[in-house]
Structure formats: C-alpha cells, structure tokens
Write a protein that binds this ligand. Structure first.
Ligand SMILES: O=C(CO)[C@H](O)[C@H](O)COP(=O)(O)O
Length: 233
C-alpha cells in the first residue's frame, strides 16, 4: 500500500484463482495493492454468481486490507449488516438496484461503512449528482457488470471527466478492462481509484502491473482526491 499516493489500486479478486483466495489476496497486498475489490454478484442483478458475506468473512481472518465490496445485487439493503459483520469497509451499491438510494446510504452509514455508488455503462453520470454530497465514492463501470476479462469501454471516460470537473476532490473509481493499455485514458479523465483484475492477476509480475498503473495516475491525474482507506473497525 502506498500511504503518500493519491492514486489507489484495488485488484479485483474475481480474477484470482478462487481455489486459493487467501493466498491470492496476500499476494496482491504484498505486491502493493491499496485495497481489495470484492465483487458480490447474485445471479439476478447481473447474470453471474460469485460469493457473499460468508466468503468475505473467511477472507477477513487473513488480512487487514481495506475491503471495497461491490454489490452487484438486487435489494442491496438486505445485505448491509451481513457485509459489515463480515468485515466489509466500503459498501458500493448500484444506483440501478434501488428506488431509495438516500435511505440505503443512511443504512450503510449507520452500519459504519464507507459508501460508494456505482453506475452501469447505460446510466448517465448526471443521475448520481444529487448523491455525490452523501457518498464517499462514485464508481463508473467501464464494462457491463457481471464478468471479468471484458474490454475497457473508452466511451465511459466522458462521464469520469464530467464528474472530475464538477468535483475535484471526489473519489472516482473505474472498474473493468483496466490495465497497461487503458490506464492512461482513465488517468487523464480523472479516475483516482483503479480496479484491475485480469491485468494484475495474469501479469508476470503483479507488483510491476500495479506500479505502472499507479505511475500513470500520479503523472496524468487531474484531481485532488485522495481516498482514505483506513479501516474503521
Ligand atoms: O466488477 C467487475 C465485473 O463486473 C470486475 O471487478 C471487473 O470486470 C474487473 O475485472 P477485469 O479487470 O478483469 O476487467
């Protein structure tokens, strides 16, 4: 983890060898990851199923890394307490998954977690504007949520630029298809939290992959955001 870096890199555990999740997590933490991105999928909100609170709780026994829980689920309010109890640090829900985001944000805050709001590729950036003052982070998806290993959607970058221009200190995360070939576009647009799955776990040297992305954001980034990923529990 880099304490002096504005840019934060969060490997997506979805791309790891899930038969040894603990070892994979420890590997990327040792390689310089700032946090771990945990994709919770329910087979309903997205057409894939991964894991839920029990797996997160098991992983929590082995690391103090910040857990950024990306909740690709319908009815996210059902899982707030379980994710908190499992050791989640941030609960990122999809704007498309709830009719009452303000109530959900209050529930996540009451549970003691940081709050992220995610938008799918088809959702305009304008739709999160009323929520920005209430959340810690906006996640702009750069693939359709559901699967790792997809191609980066460069046409999502205007959303990041739009949010960065309006909110210089907002934590803006991008997720999907990020790696050496795409990081500069995300950095220039203003993303400061980078989720990277395949490009980290399939790299010959994960530490090099993380460093390359970090340098890109530090060099080209244009915001003042500096995500506080200190664990509060
Ligand atoms: O949320 C996700 C998919 O819904 C994943 O986090 C994302 O796809 C990262 O994987 P990769 O870097 O391999 O594209």
């Amino acid at each position: 983890m880099c304490h002096s870096c504005v840019c934060k890199i969060g490997p997506s555990m979805l791309a790891s060898d899930l038969s040894c999740l603990k070892d994979e997590a420890l590997k990327v933490v040792a390689a310089g990851a700032d946090y771990l991105h945990l994709d919770v999928m329910d087979g309903h909100f997205v057409p894939n199923i991964t894991w839920g609170a029990p797996v997160i709780k098991s992983l929590r026994q082995h690391t103090t890394a910040f857990f950024d829980c990306h909740m690709m689920v319908s009815e996210p309010e059902k899982w707030v307490d379980d994710i908190k109890d499992a050791g989640g640090d941030q609960f990122t829900f999809h704007l498309e998954s709830t009719s009452n985001p303000e109530a959900l944000i209050a529930q996540i805050r009451a549970a003691g977690m940081k709050v992220g709001v995610a938008i799918k590729p088809g959702t305009p950036a304008e739709s999160v504007l009323p929520l920005v003052p209430l959340v810690d982070m906006v996640l702009v998806m750069t693939v359709e949520p559901g699967f790792g290993g997809q191609s980066f959607m460069a046409d999502m970058m205007p959303k990041v630029t739009f949010l960065r221009e309006k909110f210089p200190a907002l934590d803006i995360e991008v997720d999907g298809g990020l790696g050496p070939a795409t990081i500069d576009a995300a950095a220039k647009a203003g993303a400061n939290m980078i989720v990277a799955g395949s490009s980290v776990f399939r790299a010959a040297n994960p530490a090099d992959a993380i460093l390359l992305m970090r340098h890109s954001v530090e060099r080209l980034g244009n915001g003042k955001a500096d995500a506080d990923l200190t664990r509060r529990q």
